[in-house]
Design a protein around this ligand. Structure first.
Ligand code: DGY
Length: 321
């Protein structure tokens, strides 16, 4: 008898074909998001699942899926999975590290440049047919070259962002729970500072930490008040790392100059306060979304699923037991 797996959202045909060689596959190619009840029902007779960051895997769900052995996230972040609950239920959880670092780093730079140079605001002005000619003081922005870039989290993606700063001849500082090895600091030309120093010195603050209770609202009212009024904040990590309400208030009152955001609290719902602001660049969680990278992410997740259910040794196991 073939093992049964569920693919919770639309994937590339090649991924579907690959998994179909091994398993009886049920897939959601119509891409209709499943609520927790539907997910539990559809997973109740499955041995494995290829999931995305909008699927919550917790005790309540696991208790209804007695045959489940594998939950394989198509994402490097895994705050949607309760690892402890998975371990208790003897379910292996996996993610997709490594394959999306460059693409996510590139997009971080897209946000940095669009925000500092007010690109989306300027485009909206043009599209609204408001342009009546060149003006000396039109859409004055912030220079990226020679500015100070402050990186929270010098992990794989933070390092990519730092390395790309060389071309802009920037000073790079970073903060993390622990200082990086000297060779990494050297490669990134980045100096370790404490949190307050990073906030006070940076012209651009960019976040590259995983979301957890330790990083919940890492940037809130107090932190925003420590930033320069000319500075901008970039978040392509996870919603919840920033207190969105505090950020909206800071952008309104000029506590900081702007923000570029790919992620939000309560995605896909957006705090309507953001839509009233001109000094924020908004994207719908697409930092890793190049065709090549999203394909690699889905294929790696599928390979993890095959490995859990065939050998028991997936390449990217999050909860060894
Ligand atoms: C990740 O891999 O965690 C990304 O946020 C998915 O887009």
């Amino acid at each position: 008898m073939r093992l049964k797996v569920l693919i919770t959202r639309e994937v590339f045909d090649e991924v579907l074909e690959y998994l179909s060689q091994y398993f009886e596959v049920t897939s959601n190619q119509s891409d209709i998001p499943m609520n927790p009840e539907t997910l539990a029902m559809r997973l109740s007779d499955k041995q494995g699942a290829l999931i995305t960051l909008s699927d919550r895997i917790d005790t309540a769900l696991l208790s209804r899926c007695p045959n489940l052995k594998a939950v394989c996230n198509i994402a490097v972040g895994y705050n949607n999975i309760d690892l402890e609950a998975c371990t208790k239920a003897k379910v292996m959880a996996t993610n997709t590290p490594g394959v999306l670092d460059d693409t996510t780093g590139d997009f971080t730079w897209a946000l940095i440049l669009a925000t500092t140079r007010r690109l989306t605001e300027a485009e909206a002005y043009l599209r609204a047919d408001q342009w009546d000619g060149w003006k000396l003081k039109q859409f004055l922005g912030l220079d990226v070259h020679h500015a100070t870039l402050g990186i929270f989290g010098l992990g794989r993606i933070g390092q990519v962002v730092a390395r790309r700063a060389v071309g802009f001849e920037m000073k790079v500082i970073y903060h993390d729970i622990r200082q990086a090895a000297p060779e990494i600091e050297q490669m990134c030309r980045a100096s370790f500072v404490n949190k307050d120093e990073l906030l006070a010195q940076s012209d651009i603050v960019t976040l590259h930490v995983p979301y957890s209770s330790a990083t919940h609202h890492l940037i809130g009212k107090q932190e925003l008040e420590k930033m320069k009024p000319t500075a901008i904040l970039i978040n392509a990590s996870r919603g919840g790392v920033v207190d969105d309400a505090a950020l909206i208030a800071a952008l309104h009152s000029g506590i900081i100059a702007g923000a570029g955001l790919d992620v939000f609290e309560n995605e896909p719902k957006l705090n309507p306060g953001f839509l009233e602001l001109k000094n924020v660049v908004l994207a719908p969680h697409i930092a890793s979304s190049s065709k090549a990278t999203r394909f690699k992410m889905a294929m790696l997740a599928a390979q993890n699923l095959v490995a859990v259910l065939t050998t028991g040794h997936p390449p990217n196991l999050l909860n060894p037991f």
